[in-house]
Design a protein around this ligand. Structure first.
Ligand code: BG6
Length: 466
């Protein structure tokens, strides 16, 4: 509906669009006023002179009609980024509107592209492949891919950002980073608290959608991708997409799910005791699953992802377990492991066998240890969101999720998610709040080749030892 008593404000009135597309016609509603606004400084007469020269006047037009049209045009010059300028524009509009019974305004933004528009989108990016594509479609008319920043805050974590440097900046790691030397990889996410009031959201999504399809898969992707041609965002993301496409959909036989019950001492409630959770919920709060990568580097190497709420500790880490040492001179010597501790207490350490100092040839498990608090004690590690929002301001997409990457990641998880949603007889295994997860967990991980060794009671010296 075309409103009477409207002031049309043309922002960018001195620009090209105004120059080429300024029309005058008699269809304009009554009492219309047209206010041009732009940065160019010019007075009223100069503005009118310009409009006159731009106007596409049908030959029959009389001089008088043209004069009438010019009589409704005014101009205000100002900046696009200053409050004072817009206050001045507003004052001008109010003067024009005074005495009118209603004041309608229409803003036409014909602005030069000095203003950059960017939008950060948070997860959930849909619930499966189809809904993610739908969401993407709804953004497409308004936002170009280069204006979109799909955030996965794990990509802003210091240790996650270190993965590519560690892998590609150290030739000894690069040389062993394949199925000939690595037996299995574990990516573990543990939280010591339950859904606590957030059950409404969580029950719709579950742990797989909440942290695995996004955060843990991102970590896996960085661990498994090939060397990018450069560190530019598109080169990195091209390689990420390529490795994701080599991962077949996760099969239900490679998955266990759990849901927390009450803590053993009864002090912590079960998941289903949360008021925001349906009493018959089958929502997994724990999951361990295995992804395989069908390419030359990784064929046959299980990537075990584990994630759970209400567990015994807070910890997110990557554990790369190398193959056994060739048998012969050693018996039962533990495997090497490279551990990247994402949080808390960022660190990278390698478990390695060494001679116990002294007169014997006894071996002992030791560690090459890079603990950030010790090594980088005076550096501040930025919060993930701090780092990512700054990247967005700089227009750097390296640590944001590209459209085709999102698609590829949902393709890996969607069949499993539908299988779990649709099969009502699949009930998650209960584990006590505060435990390590479902009792079958250790058997599950060892069935994929992970060898736990408590040789010499090895324990990595944690923060308390610092
Ligand atoms: C969020 C999940 O994306 O990540 C939460 O929705 C989870 O369930 C959180 O707790 C974990 O993030 P962080 O940075 O605390 O490890």
């Amino acid at each position: 509906e075309l409103k009477e008593n409207t002031v049309i404000v043309v922002l960018g009135a001195s620009g090209d669009l105004a120059k080429k597309k300024t029309y005058r016609n008699q269809f304009l509603p009554k009492d219309i006023r047209i206010v041009g606004y732009a940065r160019t400084k010019m007075d009223h007469d100069e503005y009118i002179r310009r409009i006159k020269s731009y106007i596409k006047t049908p030959t029959k037009d009389t001089e008088q009609q043209l004069e009438e049209f010019l009589g409704i045009c005014t101009y205000v010059s100002g900046q696009y980024d200053r409050d004072e300028s817009f206050q001045q524009l507003n004052k001008h509009l109010e003067e024009l509107e005074s005495g009118r019974k209603e004041a309608n305004r229409l803003f036409y933004m014909a602005l030069p592209p000095v203003g950059i528009a960017r939008v950060i989108v948070e997860k959930p990016f849909g619930k499966d492949l189809a809904s993610s594509r739908e969401l993407q479609k709804s953004l497409e008319p308004d936002w170009k891919e280069e204006e979109l920043f799909r955030i996965d805050h794990y990509l802003g974590k210091e240790m996650v950002k270190n993965i590519l440097i560690l892998r590609f900046g150290n030739s000894f790691l690069g040389a062993t980073w394949n199925r000939h030397h690595i037996d299995n990889v574990q990516i573990t996410f543990k939280e010591p608290f339950g859904t606590e009031g957030r059950g409404g959201y969580f029950d719709e999504f579950g742990i797989i959608r909440d942290v695995m399809q996004n955060h843990l898969l991102q970590v896996l992707t960085l661990l498994a991708m090939e060397r990018p041609v450069s560190f530019s965002s598109e080169d990195i993301r091209d390689e990420k997409v390529r490795v994701l496409r080599a991962i077949p959909a996760i099969e239900p036989k490679d998955v266990i799910i759990g849901q927390y019950g009450r803590s053993l001492d009864g002090s912590k409630p079960a998941y289903k005791e949360d008021d925001t959770v349906p009493k018959d919920s089958r929502c997994p709060t724990f999951c361990a699953l295995v992804a395989f990568i069908k390419n030359e580097r990784w064929d046959g190497v299980p990537f075990i992802m584990k994630a759970g709420k209400a567990l015994n500790e807070q910890k997110t880490e990557i554990r790369v377990q190398f193959k056994d040492v060739t048998s012969g001179i050693f018996k039962d010597i533990p495997r090497n492991e490279l551990v990247m501790r994402i949080q808390p207490n960022e660190s990278v350490y390698i478990k390695m066998n060494s001679k116990l100092p002294g007169l014997t040839m006894q071996t002992v498990v030791t560690e090459l240890d890079l603990t950030y608090r010790r090594r980088f004690s005076d550096l501040k590690i930025p919060e993930a969101y701090e780092s990512l929002i700054l990247d967005c301001l700089k227009g750097d997409h390296s640590n944001f999720v590209r459209d085709d990457e999102l698609d590829a990641s949902w393709r890996i998880f969607t069949p499993l998610l539908h299988y779990l949603d649709d099969n009502k007889e699949i009930i998650p295994m209960e584990y006590p709040y505060g435990s390590r997860g479902p009792a079958v967990l250790d058997d599950f991980t060892s069935s994929y080749g992970y060898k736990f060794s408590d040789a010499a009671g090895y324990q990595w010296p944690t923060t308390s030892a610092l």
